[in-house]
Design a protein around this ligand. Sequence first.
Ligand SMILES: [Ca+2]
Ligand SMILES: [Ca+2]
Length: 144
Amino acid sequence: MLFKIVVIAVLCGLVSAKETKIELTGNYYFGTTTKAFYDARIFCNDNGLNLVSIETAEEAALIQSLAPEGGFYWTSGTDVNQEHGSFFWASGLPISLSDGLWAANEPNDYLTAPTEVSVAFDLDSGTIGDYVFWDYYKFICELP
Ligand SMILES: [Ca+2]
Ligand SMILES: [Ca+2]
């Protein structure tokens, strides 16, 4: 009997953990804590979302207008499983090096990082840059 109660309690815990409701702003969720890139990606996926793909300058401006605060935010952009320095959004679109979203002198970390690098969005300047994936930043999730 006690065993059954424990099993039920554990199962309920698992279910409620999966059903964590996070409040979206438009199509986005602005994470308030900082996480390493892969932990941020897992957090979004566990909530039925993806890390944000900022495909256009218009979307960058929209995100700036919706965000509750400035700072650096992880996006879905990464060169993992690609040629080093070849960046893609989770949506599948490539992030061209001639893309106007890149900050001056970015991307640059891919030139020296021993592993893949990922893309963070600087909300204050509206630009992106590459950073090592173990850096801690806030993050933005987006509805798939
Ligand atoms: Ca998007
Ligand atoms: Ca960089």
